[in-house]
Each structure stands twice: as C-alpha cells, then as structure tokens.
Design a protein around this ligand. Structure first.
Ligand SMILES: Nc1ncnc2c1ncn2[C@@H]1O[C@H](COP(=O)(O)OP(=O)(O)OP(=O)(O)O)[C@@H](O)[C@H]1O
Ligand SMILES: [Mg+2]
Length: 109
C-alpha cells in the first residue's frame, strides 16, 4: 500500500516565485490497484508523483510505502520499491503494471 499523510510542498518559499504546489494531500492506494491522477495544468500532478519518488523531500507530512515510512529516504533508495516508466513505455506497460509512471528524464512531467 502507498499512503500519503497530509503532505505539503512549497517551491521557492518566501519569494516572489513561491508556489504552494501540494497542501496537506492525503491518499491511500491499495496494492494491485490502478490509479490515474487527473488535474489541470499546474495543479500539482507531477509534484505529487515526484514527492512519492523522492525527487525532493516534502515540507511536512509523511509517505508510507509497503509498510515502511520513506519520507526521508533519498530517491535512489526508494527506487528499490518504485518502478519507473517513460510516458510512452508507460502506455505500453499500463495493462501489466500498476507502477508509477515517470518520464525518462527522471522526473514526472
Ligand atoms: N521545481 C519546481 N520549482 C518551482 N516551481 C515548480 C517546480 N515544479 C513545479 N512547480 C510549480 O508547481 C505547480 C504544480 O506544477 P506541476 O508540474 O506539479 O503541475 P502538473 O499538474 O504536473 O502540470 P502539467 O499538467 O502541466 O504537467 C506549478 O505552478 C509549477 O509551476
Ligand atoms: Mg506534470
């Protein structure tokens, strides 16, 4: 199971470019489920996926994966638990895989 507990992420805090991308987001995803994240441009979809992947650390809240708290795990360590697919490969693999889809460049887009 993947569980997010009230995670928040603000880019460029306390500057003119401040963006509160995630505000206390909570969700639970059961093993074996297939989930699609939908939202308008700039609504925070990639930020959500990158927070799970560990591209950056969230400012607050916690992330739990497979019964372990991974909130402060670096990205390379989480890679043992999280699959990575490019958008095109993700489409091809989507019927077989429930793993997170991330771009070939290393971060979700
Ligand atoms: N590394 C970053 N530095 C500064 N701001 C960022 C960063 N990443 C995302 N943002 C900002 O956070 C907000 C959410 O962006 P995000 O990329 O998560 O949206 P998205 O839902 O994936 O959008 P799209 O549909 O265009 O892919 C946007 O305002 C974006 O400009
Ligand atoms: Mg995106």
């Amino acid at each position: 199971m993947l569980e997010l507990r009230q995670i928040s992420k603000t880019f460029n805090p306390d500057t003119i470019n401040e963006v509160r991308s995630l505000r206390e987001v909570s969700l639970s995803i059961e093993d074996g489920s297939f989930v699609t994240v939908i939202g308008t441009n700039g609504s925070g979809k990639s930020t959500l996926l990158n927070a799970v992947a560990g591209t950056f650390f969230v400012d607050s809240g916690s992330i739990h994966l497979g019964g372990r708290e991974v909130t402060r795990w670096p990205e390379h360590r989480r890679a043992s638990l999280i699959g990575s697919r490019s958008r095109s490969r993700c489409r091809q693999a989507s019927k077989q895989s429930t793993r997170w889809c991330r771009s070939a460049a290393g971060s979700a887009s």
